[in-house]
Design a protein around this ligand. Sequence first.
Ligand code: GNR
Ligand code: NI
Length: 168
Amino acid sequence: MALLDILEFPDPRLRNKAAPVTVFDAALGRFIDDMLETMYDAPGIGLAATQVNVHRRIVVIDVSEDHSDPRVFINPEYNVLDEETAEHDEGCLSVPGFYETVVRPRHIRVTAMDRKGDSFTLEPQGLLAVCVQHERDHLEGKLFVDYLSSLKRTRIRIKLEKQHRLRA
Ligand code: GNR
Ligand code: NI
């Protein structure tokens, strides 16, 4: 297993649109395990392949407290089931140190494939529903800061760019 490097905003590679997975082989399984290890190490409750510079539609999520519920979503799609929305404070491993409230649909139905390529459908609730939408956004090149005012987004960008300069 291996820890993968996580891209940080405003890296333009976070804006790539990921391509569907068509081959379900051992290499995919190893990559998924590396993503899970990277997510737990960070630590985070979700990770999209885009964040580790692999532009394929692969997401891992574990919203449990004790790493007991690793989930894999390949080629995830969802429908919004009703008009209800919910607010949640969101963070992102690609926007480290910043947490802001985002409003999203509360009820969705997700269809995805597991690591073997078998399809499943799920109606996630609560944090899992938030996280599925956050991760699916990454696959489209979208970040939670895109839901904030441009003033907030610019401030976050400038602070992270400064950190990146100091680190370089
Ligand atoms: O670790 C994470 N926590 C989190 C909290 C609220 C809403 C979404 C998330 S996802 C984030 C990990 C991450 O950046 N996934 O892309
Ligand atoms: Ni994220």
